[in-house]
Ligand binder design. Sequence first.
Ligand code: NAI
Length: 462
Amino acid sequence: MADYDVIVIGGGPGGYVCGIRCAQLGLKTACVEGRETLGGTCLNVGCIPSKAMLHASELYHESTTHFETMGLMGNAPSVDLSKMVEYKQSTVESNTSGIEFLFKKNKVDWIKGWGKVTGEGQVTVGDDVHKAKNIVIATGSEPSTLPGVEIDEETVVSSTGALVLKEIPKKLAVIGAGVIGLELGSVYARLGSEVTVIEFLDHITPGMDAEVSKNFQRLLKKQGLNFILNSAVQSVETADGGAKVTYKSRKDDSESTLDADIVLVATGRKPYTKGLGLEDAGVTVTDRGMVEIDAMWRTNVPHIYAIGDVVKGPMLAHKAEDEGMAVAETIAGKHGHVNYNVIPGVIYTAPEVANVGKTEEQLKEEGRKYTVGKFPFMGNARAKAHFMGDGFVKMLADAETDRILGVHIIGPGAGDIIHEICVAMEFGAAAEDIARTCHAHPTFSEAVREAALACGDGAIHA
Ligand code: NAI
């Protein structure tokens, strides 16, 4: 007799959402989580704490730049980093305890401890053995580092250590110009650090629409971030509370060094499947640690599913959540579905950057014929009033059918306004559908409509 219909291993956004949806669909469900709190990397040491730090540092920066212009006189506030970290932590706690409440409300059992698959339909946590008809692996990912670079979370930190620094570093070196490097680099640049980002490629944010990426880099430079591109970090040595980063130019192989008080390693993450017993259970795991699944998130072992950062696709909390819900529906005999063509990506810098669908480079590579509609936030009244005229909306639509293929936004509220496009794309909308939809004035969203108008007879305010 099984104790549960479903045991989910991992209580992050993939796992906890899966657990709640399973219970809502009438399945007896438990979630195994070894951390002291639920919510995984995202709520504890990732998305949520970083957003608290981004918010606080953005307001601080705003107070030192635009307050007087707006007639808000007086001394700019000073920064108390330990207080800021306390605020960040209280945000984390209110969110993680919220998940615990949701588990109780939905009758999902939280089995505290680290789970291991120890037989067919069997999960062992400490000395306890639990039986389940279905097992869902949702164990997430961990920072991956480089050879020659050891993360000690004191001087050489991952995003986890960067969120609990004791002092604002005078010099911060960031390895990797991806999402983590740029978000956390922005936080410390705003708080006064001299930030230098070293990136392997000749551009920042790999995979992003090139035009947006270039503009993004220009805006970050204006905010004081330095970039060393086309350079591979070779090693990091620590001494006397500081660090020396050695990197090699990919153009001429010359080696250079950079001194820093803190080094943030932001070179990607890798699936976390250590100690799970997957190999012994016969589950196929690739040599990069990724669990192989079919189109229904099933592994090669019947009744073991996997979702989120341990499987293919972007390592994003919302992608994991969608997979969590879809797997719950599949197990409950319904039709779980995730549309991987419409998964938005957001970078929470100022301005924010958001995208969904294809980039212009992808369309060119596919040989598609497309129209481009662009609209700058300088033409958006609300953005101008908020000193947020930097950036633009770029819409890519099929040249023949006008169907929206991708939208890329750099500008105020980008991470929120992208969702009208996600909905539109789910409904197979054309650019004209957005262009003919009345948008409230004055809002940032009007820039999206103007970009849609620009795909047709032209934008009004550009
Ligand atoms: P990333 O994959 O976004 O970026 C890593 C960067 O490091 C790349 O640009 C790569 O070229 C560079 N790199 C690799 N080796 C290097 C070397 N030897 N020297 C210099 N540069 C090197 O990874 P990141 O930023 O660590 O983020 C990890 C994951 O977490 C990503 O999948 C990301 O999507 C996710 N995440 C998402 C957030 C969001 O949605 N806002 C926030 C934070 C993380």
